[in-house]
Design a protein around this ligand. Structure first.
Ligand SMILES: [Fe+2]
Length: 351
C-alpha cells in the first residue's frame, strides 16, 4: 500500500485501510471507485489515505501499533475527556489503563528497528488521536532509553492525558479557527495546571504521569510554561512528552495546514534542540525513526519519481526507492537503493 493525498485519488485505486468517522466505519478496506467519495472525505477532514494501485503491490508499511488498539485508545480518551467536561469526579481509569498497557506491550514487542510514526488523523478528531499518538511516541522514546515496563506505562499514561486540562477550558476558545487574542492565549496556557490539579484528585493516576501533564509545555531554555523552568529542572518524562507533542502536532493534518512530512518535522526538532528540546533525548530519538517512511511518494535529484519501499537502518535519509517514473516522465519499475547511490538525494516529498 502507499500514501496519497485525498485530492489525488485516481480511478484505479482501492482503499487499503478502512476509514472511520466517530468510531464507525465510513469506508471499508478494499473499496473501489474511491473517486466518488473524494468530496465527502475532504469535507470531514480526511486529507490523506492509504491506497492500493499498480505501483503499491510490493510496498509494505510497518505499523507501530495495531490499528485496532489505536482506535480503541481514541474512543476511550474521547469518553474520558467527555466525562471530565461533564464534571465527573469519580473517573474510572480502568479502561484507560488497559489500553495504555496494550500500547506498551505492543511497542515492547515491536522489533522494527526504525519506527514509522505516520498516523493519519481526520482534522475533526484531532485531539483524541493526538493524545493516543503522543502516548505512543512517549513510550517508543522511553523504550529507546531503556525504561522498564512500569515506567513506560506511567510515561504513556501521562502522554495520553497530557492535554486533559483543555477539557476544562471553554470550547469556543479551544475550537476557535481565527487567531487567538492575547487574553484567550493566556487562558489556553492554563491547561497544564488545570489538568494537573484535576488529576490530583484521581489517586489511581501516578504522580509521574501527572508531571507529564503539568510540564509538557516547559522548554529547555526556560521559555515554556507554566513555571518557565529550565534543563534538568524539567522532569525527563516531560522533556520526552514535549518532543512527542510537537512532533505529532507537526506531522498531523490540521484545518489550517496539511501535515508536514516526517523529515521536515525531524528538521524542526533538530533546529530547536538546546533551545526548546533536550539534546540527549533528540539524539536518541531521531536516528530511530523513518524520515521517509515506506509508502511516501518522493522526487529525486536525478529527476526520477518514486515511492519509498524499504529502510536502511542507521541511515534514515537513505531509504530504498521503487522508481515509478524516469526524468522524462516515462513509466518505469525499478529499485534504487539510495545507500548505494550517494550522489542522488531526495529533493521533494510529494506526500
Ligand atoms: Fe498541551
Amino acid at each position: 500500500m502507499r500514501l496519497i493525498l485525498t485530492e489525488n485519488i485516481k480511478e484505479d485505486m482501492k482503499l487499503a485501510k478502512a476509514i472511520y468517522e466517530n468510531g464507525n466505519i465510513l469506508l471499508n478496506k478494499g473499496v473501489t471507485n474511491l473517486y466518488k467519495y473524494k468530496d465527502k472525505l475532504l469535507e470531514i477532514g480526511i486529507k490523506h489515505l492509504y491506497v492500493e494501485d499498480k505501483y503499491s503491490y510490493d510496498i509494505k508499511i510497518n505499523q507501530t501499533i495495531k490499528d485496532g488498539t489505536r482506535r480503541k485508545g481514541k474512543k476511550i480518551v474521547e469518553n474520558t475527556f467527555d466525562k471530565i467536561k461533564k464534571g465527573f469526579l469519580d473517573l474510572n481509569t480502568k479502561e484507560l489503563k488497559n489500553v495504555v498497557e496494550d500500547i506498551t506491550d505492543e511497542l515492547v514487542l515491536n522489533e522494527d528497528v526504525l519506527l514509522n510514526l505516520v498516523s493519519l488523523k481526520s482534522t475533526s478528531n484531532y485531539t483524541y488521536e493526538h493524545s493516543v499518538n503522543v502516548s505512543v511516541i512517549c513510550i517508543a522514546l522511553g523504550k529507546m532509553l531503556g525504561y522498564n515496563k512500569n515506567d513506560l506505562f506511567k510515561l504513556g499514561m501521562g502522554g495520553m492525558l497530557h492535554d486533559v486540562g483543555k477539557t476544562l477550558i471553554p470550547e469556543e476558545i479551544i475550537n476557535k479557527s481565527d487567531s487567538l487574542t492575547e487574553h484567550e492565549y493566556q487562558i489556553i496556557k492554563n491547561h497544564p495546571e488545570l489538568g494537573f490539579n484535576y488529576l490530583q484528585q484521581i489517586h489511581s493516576i501516578s504522580p509521574l504521569s501527572r508531571i507529564v501533564v503539568y510540564s509538557h509545555h516547559e522548554r529547555i531554555d526556560g521559555s515554556g510554561y507554566p513555571r518557565g523552568i529550565k534543563g534538568d529542572e524539567i522532569h525527563e518524562f516531560a522533556r520526552i512528552a514535549a518532543i512527542a507533542d510537537v512532533f505529532d502536532a507537526l506531522t498531523s493534518d490540521r484545518v489550517y495546514r496539511d501535515k508536514w512530512p516526517t523529515y521536515k518535522a525531524a528538521e524542526y526538532i533538530i533546529n530547536n534542540t538546546e533551545k526548546l528540546f533536550d539534546y540527549h533525548l533528540v539524539k536518541r530519538f531521531l536516528p530511530q525513526i523513518s524520515f521517509y517512511p515506506n509508502g511516501a511518494e518522493i522526487i529525486l535529484s536525478s529527476g526520477h519519481r518514486g515511492i519509498v519501499k524499504d529502510q536502511n537502518v542507521g541511515f534514515p535519509t537513505r531509504p530504498v526507492i521503487k522508481l515509478i517514473e524516469d526524468d522524462e516522465g516515462n513509466e518505469i519499475d525499478k529499485k534504487l537503493d539510495l545507500l548505494k547511490h550517494m550522489n542522488i538525494t531526495i529533493i521533494k516529498v510529494v506526500v
